[in-house]
Design a protein around this ligand. Structure first.
Ligand code: GUN
Length: 283
């Protein structure tokens, strides 16, 4: 039976520590750390994520400026909003919740966020620096996964890490972070042939594909660390991309859904808002 990687517990500790740091920041610089959160449309999952991000900011003492724009907002209006927030000296971080409605050009919109306010680590500059293993704002979900892996003190060097999914938000950046820790990394995706033969070799298996309970125990090596990034809404409630009930008996560690990677993503976002604010004060 695997040990649970409790993201809820770990993220609470991080947020409590950030609460102290945010208070110190406020006392020292006579202003609150400020995070702008932009949501376009009413994607139900995005609405929940944004609500949870604002709630976490409130808990820590980070001021959030929330912008909820209608689904049919024109590109120019989103661009104007970001340009204003980019110029606003009181704003430390700008977050555009993804996915954006189809008529909006995600790449063009993200490029307007100044890298020093890019709390998601999505801009080309931050992604480029991450690729070069240079100092950067790390993308939140993979940063949360790395934090969890480091929390269990298992050596990562030389481990075979297999990732299912190659998205810009999770698959690509987690591959780089694991590579930085000297893992041997394999990235699988929808065109991968004989997926099971590869996942069975994984010492660390990161699943971010968006298919409910796709990874079953026959796809997992005995003693593997299994990280489930999926959040799927089914008739029986939320579940991950991993069939938790069977895989838990084979893995050494496993993340639950909900309560695993999700809360860690939010904690890392808050950490990024804090570090962006510090850097903007030239610390
Ligand atoms: N959509 C899914 N995950 C994320 C995330 O980490 N940040 C943003 N901005 N949008 C997302």
């Amino acid at each position: 039976m695997a040990e649970l990687l409790d993201g809820k517990l770990l993220s609470t500790k991080i947020k409590e520590d950030l609460k102290l740091k945010a208070a110190e920041f406020e006392a020292k610089y006579c202003r609150k750390i400020t995070l702008a959160v932009i949501l376009v449309g009413e994607n139900p999952a995005s609405c929940v994520y944004v609500k949870n991000k604002i709630k976490a900011a409130e808990f820590i003492g980070i001021k959030s400026l929330s912008f909820s724009l209608p689904e049919n907002t024109e590109e120019k209006d989103v661009e104007d909003l970001i340009n204003n927030l980019a110029r606003d000296k009181s704003v430390d971080g700008i977050l555009v919740q993804l996915p954006l409605p189809k008529h909006l050009d995600e790449e063009k919109i993200l490029a307007l966020i100044p890298p020093e306010k890019d709390v998601d680590g999505f801009t080309a500059e931050n992604v480029g620096n991450a690729t070069l293993f240079k100092d950067c704002v790390n993308s939140c979900t993979p940063a949360g996964i790395m934090y969890m892996l480091k929390s269990i003190n298992v050596p990562l060097s030389g481990k075979h890490a297999v990732i299912i999914g190659r998205s810009n938000i999770v698959g690509k950046p987690i591959a780089l972070m694991l590579l930085k820790e000297n893992c041997t990394v394999t990235v699988c995706h929808s065109k991968t042939v004989d997926l099971k033969s590869i996942t069975k070799q994984a010492d660390i298996l990161v699943v971010a594909m968006g298919k409910a309970k796709f990874v079953t125990s026959d796809m997992v090596k005995d003693g593997a660390i299994v990280i489930d990034v999926g959040i799927n809404r089914t008739e029986t409630g939320l579940c991950g991309d991993v069939d938790f009930e069977t895989v838990k008996d084979k893995a050494s560690y496993i993340t639950p859904v909900p309560g695993g990677v999700g809360p860690m993503t939010i904690a890392m976002l808050m950490y990024n808002a804090y570090t962006c604010a510090l850097r903007r004060e030239n610390v």
